[in-house]
Design a protein around this ligand. Structure first.
Ligand SMILES: *Cc1c(COP(=O)(O)O)cnc(C)c1O
Length: 477
């Protein structure tokens, strides 16, 4: 390493110490912990020392360090997980937390959770209860199931079903249903991890009942039917109807497991949109166990739900894997409140935000757009152009796939600002908005923006579009 010049050495020596800086920036003033502050200070000092050694022309290294430490401490204190307005139009957006929860559901759940909660204690008898009791009757009433098991997510639910029914045995699946869901959920890998051995039947586009029949032997632990939620094989295709498969399973005395992905508690939740198979209608076919996600069309917290026959649910519950995969009181409280948003087989309350957002038609969204534009100041209108346009979106997370859902979007432009730069500005605004760029145009779709968030969206539009005040380039540098 080259000798350091006397000037560089003097500058390095003049830098404040970690302890000096801790005194100057007391962690408690910034609502950060002492170890956080210490490591932020160390990192800042290291960065400045490197710049000094590299010969950067720094006139007052001390104040530079102090300014940098202050910035770091301030940004450390800001919450990392913050609310975002979803302008992508995708209601079940995995990157934005999938199912949005309504204030009502959150408030009720968190009221139940403040302090202790009667999670596993029967308050009447004083005896130890079971945590799933909280939601069992609700699921029984809503799905005609004989019980329910809830685990961390649907991937865990599938793993638990397969491990319970077919560990060390074979599981028979159609080649047309070897799905991969985003985020590394691949059916053959999950089957492998469950300890079961995959037996593929049929072809990619066609599978017959006789294919299953021939594959069933003494080694068979289960038949698995996977709802191909995120794609569709079109053209010359055939899958065996669930009723036929269930009859075969019964005859051969093997359980039929169904991974429904985005199960809906209602047979046709949204009028005019494609229907996902409903949980109850799948149970009626005679399937033994049916699993689905809590945070897809159900509209609740991340969870994997298994319903079906009591005999099999009991076995899942006894499996030691269940103990590892079960979910906590936070999930169960949110799930309970989500289930209470279902009125009957056709109706839900507005507190089910997912169904509410998906249900809004173009007319409703157009008036939301008008209300929004009415909130904007003339200044914001002058700063950019906002056009209300018709758009189509998807539900997301593999629900209602391949069915474009009509929506309304704002097409936004701003002089001297590229669409990508505009997208960045909206993401970095005080209330971040995530929109999308298509064919050189930036859009914010209204499908996933609840009406009561209009004021926030208006505020952000004003912040991003209002013409920047004249800048003093000298100070700016
Ligand atoms: C989404 C999905 C899964 C995974 O569910 P998670 O709740 O994300 O774990 C599994 N199978 C199917 C068919 C799905 O659609």
């Amino acid at each position: 390493m080259a000798e350091l010049s006397a000037g560089v050495r003097a500058t390095l020596k003049s830098l404040p110490s970690v302890d000096d800086l801790l005194k100057a920036f007391p962690p408690e003033n910034y609502r950060v912990t002492r170890p956080q502050a210490r490591s932020a200070i160390r990192a800042t000092l290291a960065e400045v020392r490197r710049q000094v050694r590299d010969g950067a022309d720094i006139s007052d290294a001390g104040s530079m360090v102090r300014a940098a430490v202050r910035r770091r401490m301030e940004s450390l204190a800001k919450p990392e997980l913050k609310p975002v307005l979803n302008g992508t139009g995708v209601v079940l957006h995995t990157g934005l937390g999938r199912a949005p929860l309504s204030r009502h559901v959150l408030d009720r759940a968190f009221c139940a959770l403040s302090g202790y909660a009667g999670l596993e204690l029967d308050l009447e008898s004083g005896k130890r209860g079971e945590r799933l009791d909280i939601i069992t009757d609700l699921f029984k009433a809503l799905t005609l199931s004989e019980g329910v098991i809830v685990v961390n997510n649907n991937a865990a639910a599938v793993l638990l079903m397969l491990n319970t029914a077919a560990d060390g045995k074979e599981v028979v699946v159609s080649r047309g249903q070897q799905v991969e869901i985003g985020g590394s959920f691949r059916m053959p890998d999950v089957i492998d991890k469950s300890g079961a051995q995959l037996v593929e039947v049929g072809t990619t586009n066609r599978t017959h009942l006789s294919d299953y029949e021939k594959a069933i032997s003494r080694q068979t632990g289960a038949l698995l039917f996977v709802h191909t939620s995120n794609y569709r094989v079109e053209g010359f295709t055939k899958e065996v109807p669930l009723t036929d498969l269930a009859a075969l399973a019964k005859k051969k005395k093997v359980p039929l497991l169904v991974d429904l992905g985005s199960g809906s508690l209602m047979d046709q939740p949204i009028v005019g949109l494609a229907s996902e198979p409903g949980v109850t209608s799948v149970l009626k076919t005679g399937a033994d166990l049916v699993s689905f996600s809590g945070d897809k069309l159900l509209g609740g917290p991340q969870a994997g739900i298994v319903v079906g026959r009591k005999r099999w649910l009991k076995r899942l519950h006894k499996n030691p894997l269940y103990r590892a995969l079960r979910c906590d009181k936070v999930t169960l409280a949110l799930l309970e409140q989500t289930l209470r948003t279902y009125v009957d087989a056709e109706t839900w309350t507005p507190e089910n935000l997912v169904l509410e957002l998906l249900n809004r038609d173009r007319e409703e969204l157009r008036s939301q757009a008008e209300e929004l534009l009415g909130r904007l100041s003339p200044e914001a209108h002058r700063g950019g152009t906002i056009k209300v346009v018709e758009s189509t979106v998807e539900a997301g997370s593999g629900s209602l796939p391949l069915v474009p859902i009509p929506s309304i979007a704002l097409a936004i432009s701003r002089p001297n600002t590229s669409p990508d730069e505009l997208a960045l500005r909206f993401r970095q605004a005080t209330n971040p908005v995530v929109g999308y760029v298509r064919r050189g145009q930036y859009y914010i779709d209204l499908k996933a923006v609840p009406l009561e968030k209009n004021y926030l969206l208006a505020r952000t539009l004003a912040e991003v579009l209002a013409p920047a005040p004249e800048r003093n380039s000298q100070i700016d540098q």
